[in-house]
Ligand binder design. Structure first.
Ligand code: UT7
Length: 334
């Protein structure tokens, strides 16, 4: 006798149903950063586009910022926490090896008994999460999935390292992914290149810290210029592939929301992609800094708040970072 296992099927189409963000309260100017490094406000502005960034206060934890952004996303989507089938938290700054942040976030939201796990894909984490969430909803694994990008990079940034101190920042952004009448999330184009593993990495692992009896966390170090060149050129190709597989022409695009790593990378990608004048380009990095997994939802929110984009606009997302990892997809802005 053969035994047939039933398999689930889910929604024909998926989309982003709601967006929420959390911007920490402390504004850190370039002048404050330059108290610890040999640099200038002018150098930081011209080389990175950053005017100021937000750093979290003691009470603004990875979990609290994730929860705040998720509540806003659920409200916006009109979805109750109990309807969430899975909570994905993209982060590299949850400071416990185990358990993950996601189960705690789910519980604080009242999303019981949602599946919950963290994604460690650095700055690509949010787009990895949206890709996974869309596939889950289409496969019938969950009806609604909460995807949160959250970072407290100020914890692992060395304030005396002039190559990174001005760049990294804190914040959170969340979306609810669920079934829609029309396609709202294109196929993800994603990948990794471990040959470049060392270009952005913590300086040492926890065992090294313990053996050296250090009293501080393993800080991030970055070989910025090779990452800059890789992102500026290779990522535009990934963006073009994401447009192709979604069947969207550059003319149909209304917004470009890349990871906010450096304003010059945003500009270089926009030039290589030959975006038309009517495409709104996210430039949230100027006042938010580089918030890794949180940067794309934060930048999407800024376009909406500033009136440069509207709900329903077609947007290209491109994320890239440590690993190296990358992911891009076309979405409709919620
Ligand atoms: O989010 C994850 C992915 N991360 C990224 O995508 C970041 C990508 N990289 C970058 O954004 C850029 O590489 C940085 C903004 C980090 C640096 O800009 P750059 O144009 O690549 O500068 P560079 O590293 O090539 O350094 C140029 C010069 C050097 O001096 P010399 O050798 O030309 O005399 C550096 O020593 O700038 C110097 N420099 C600084 N000067 C003033 C490096 N850091 C600083 C500083 N202030 N903070």
């Amino acid at each position: 006798m053969t035994t047939a296992i039933q398999q689930a099927t889910g929604a024909a189409h998926t989309g982003l149903l709601g967006l929420g963000v959390y911007r920490p309260s402390r504004r850190i100017t370039n002048a404050e950063i330059c108290e610890n490094i040999d640099s200038t406000d002018e150098w930081i502005r011209t080389r990175s586009g950053i005017i100021e960034r937000r750093w979290a206060d003691e009470g603004e934890t990875v979990v609290s910022m994730a929860v705040a952004s998720a509540k806003e996303a659920l409200d916006h989507a009109g979805v109750a926490p109990q309807q969430i089938g899975c909570v994905l938290v993209a982060t590299v700054t949850h400071m416990l090896q185990t358990p993950a942040a996601a189960p705690l976030v789910a519980t604080e939201l009242g999303a019981f008994p949602a599946a919950a796990f963290d994604i460690s894909a650095a700055c690509a984490g949010f787009c990895y999460g949206v890709g996974l969430a869309s596939d889950m909803v289409r496969a019938g694994t969950a009806k609604y999935v909460l995807v949160i990008g959250v970072e407290r990079l100020s914890d692992i940034t060395d304030p005396h390292d002039r190559t990174t101190a001005f760049l990294f920042a804190d914040g959170a952004g969340a979306v609810v992914v669920g079934p829609t009448d029309e396609p709202g999330i294109g196929p993800v184009v994603w990948g990794s290149d471990g040959e470049k593993f060392d270009l952005i990495a913590q300086k040492e692992d926890w065992r090294d810290v313990v053996q050296a009896e250090r009293a501080f966390m393993p800080h991030l170090r970055m070989d910025g210029n090779p990452v800059f060149r890789w992102a500026s050129f290779a990522m535009a190709k990934v963006g073009r592939e994401a447009l192709d597989v979604a069947g969207i022409t550059p003319d149909e695009l209304r917004a470009f929301i890349p990871h906010q790593a450096n304003m010059r990378i945003v500009d270089a990608m926009a030039r290589t992609l030959r975006l038309s004048d009517h495409v709104a380009i996210a430039r949230d990095i100027a006042y938010q800094g580089n918030t890794s997994a949180a940067s794309i939802p934060l930048a999407m929110d800024r376009l909406l708040v500033d009136g440069e984009s509207r709900s329903g606009d077609t947007a290209l997302l491109i994320a890239f970072g440590a690993g190296l990892t990358y992911a891009a997809q076309v979405v409709k802005i919620p």
